[in-house]
Design a protein around this ligand. Structure first.
Ligand code: HEC
Ligand code: HEC
Length: 246
């Protein structure tokens, strides 16, 4: 009886192992065919066309990702990476949308890019999602409070008072890989890399965009105050037509 169980266990675990292996084989194939030209065969962001791109492809080997639902400094969840592949990262860089890839290929390539930073991703299960309360109504009071945060936290230093990315610090910004980086015009949400719905803006503000100059506000603003700032940005710059004060 014990022997039988042991044999069964052996078969089940080797089946699971080979499933994982298969996923990585598929992932490597997708990566080599579709991603390596920019991100490089070894994931260092040094693919053959990288030199010609103004916004450089991500180096996957240091485990730093800009667009996440997790706390500043933590790796993204698989769902975050899946969302990025499905949506792309705005119109201002070379990262294409991969919505046409079948779900299995997306899952496989995600598993594969995680192997470039194995130590960081071994802690992925401990990553904490930044809390988000339900959307707050965009009342006049909320928008006015958000405007005050925009002034107090000095968003205008980089984004300018009118959101046109003409603040005094804008010209000298570098990302943590040493590349020049320019904030997007806040009235052109199609340039945003993390999405432009109110919930996306909330997530971007609270988690920050690790590696860029864009700071994380979790710990500076509470959930209510973060919504005030989101309401101000939606009303003033991002989607004024749908965000008239109520
Ligand atoms: C034509 C070039 C190009 C190709 C091909 C490409 N990428 Fe990218 N990718 C980029 C650039 C550029 C960035 C950085 C964008 C930024 O920082 O604004 C990026 C960023 C990323 C990020 C980082 C997101 C973050 O939050 O920091 C992921 C994940 C990613 N790419 C996955 C992939 C995968 C998977 C493939 C293949 C299926 C792929 N990319 C193919 C150019 C490319
Ligand atoms: C030190 C400069 C700096 C400050 C201060 C700053 N930002 Fe940014 N912000 C950036 C840069 C750079 C980017 C573009 C990052 C990228 O694409 O990698 C950005 C991007 C953004 C985006 C677009 C996000 C996306 O998905 O592409 C929004 C919205 C934004 N910032 C709002 C704010 C608000 C609100 C504040 C104040 C709380 C603020 N920023 C403070 C530099 C800054």
């Amino acid at each position: 009886m014990i022997k039988k169980r042991f044999i069964l266990l052996f078969f089940v675990s080797s089946f699971l192992l080979s499933q994982d292996d298969d996923l990585l084989v598929i992932g490597k194939k997708v990566y080599t065919e579709s991603c390596a030209v920019c991100h490089g065969l070894s994931g260092k962001g040094d693919g053959v066309v990288a030199g010609n791109l103004e916004v450089k492809p991500r180096n996957f080997t240091d485990g730093k990702f800009k667009v996440r639902s997790t706390r500043s400094g933590q790796v993204p969840l698989d769902e975050d990476l899946y969302r990025i592949l499905s949506r792309g990262m705005g119109h201002d860089n070379a990262m294409p949308t991969w919505s046409h890839l079948p779900p299995n290929s997306k899952h496989a390539v995600i598993e594969y890019i995680k192997t470039f930073a194995p130590k960081k991703f071994s802690r992925q299960h401990r990553a904490k999602v930044v809390p988000m309360s339900p959307r707050k109504a965009n009342t006049r009071e909320s928008i006015a409070a958000g405007k005050q945060w925009y002034l107090d936290i000095e968003c205008a230093k980089c984004h300018g008072m009118n959101g046109h990315a003409d603040g005094p610090s804008t010209k000298t910004l570098k990302d943590s890989w040493g590349n020049k980086i320019v904030p997007p015009d806040l009235s052109k949400p199609w340039l945003f890399i993390g999405g432009s719905e109110a919930e996306d803006i909330y997530r971007t503000l609270s988690t920050g965009l690790t590696g860029s100059a864009m700071p994380a506000l979790e710990g500076t603003l509470n959930e209510d105050q973060t919504w005030d700032l989101v309401n101000f940005l939606m009303h003033e710059f991002i989607d004024p037509g749908n965000y008239a004060p109520r």
